[in-house]
Design a binder for this molecule. Structure first.
Ligand SMILES: [Zn+2]
Length: 104
């Protein structure tokens, strides 16, 4: 199944170039294997949380972390889903071995 779709622009900050929504990766440019793996880790997280709860959890955690750090970027990098994706994005076999609900 095709999972990467190139689009002209994302309705996000300019430094965000890709997003995973409901298992599909939207990007403004071709992605490296590592970048695609990062997005596919989010696809796995979204699927196991049945999509909508993932986005609710993601948003609430980002807001809570913002109040903790008073910095959107620091909060973003500390969201459990981002920590898992950044920590394992270089391991192209990670998704084959990944345990469900283990966001670290
Ligand atoms: Zn991410």
């Amino acid at each position: 199944m095709k999972q990467l779709y190139l689009i002209k622009r994302l309705p996000l900050r300019k430094d965000y170039y890709a997003i995973c929504l409901f298992g599909f990766v939207l990007s403004v440019r071709p992605l490296s294997e590592t970048e695609l793996n990062h997005e596919l880790i989010h696809a796995a997280q979204q699927k196991e949380l049945l999509y909508i709860p993932f986005f609710i959890w993601y948003g609430i955690e980002w807001i809570i972390l913002y109040f903790k750090y008073r910095n959107w970027e620091k909060a973003y990098f500390n969201i459990r889903f981002e920590r898992e994706a950044y920590h394992h994005e270089s391991d192209l076999n990670y998704l084959k071995l990944r345990k469900h609900y283990k966001y670290s």
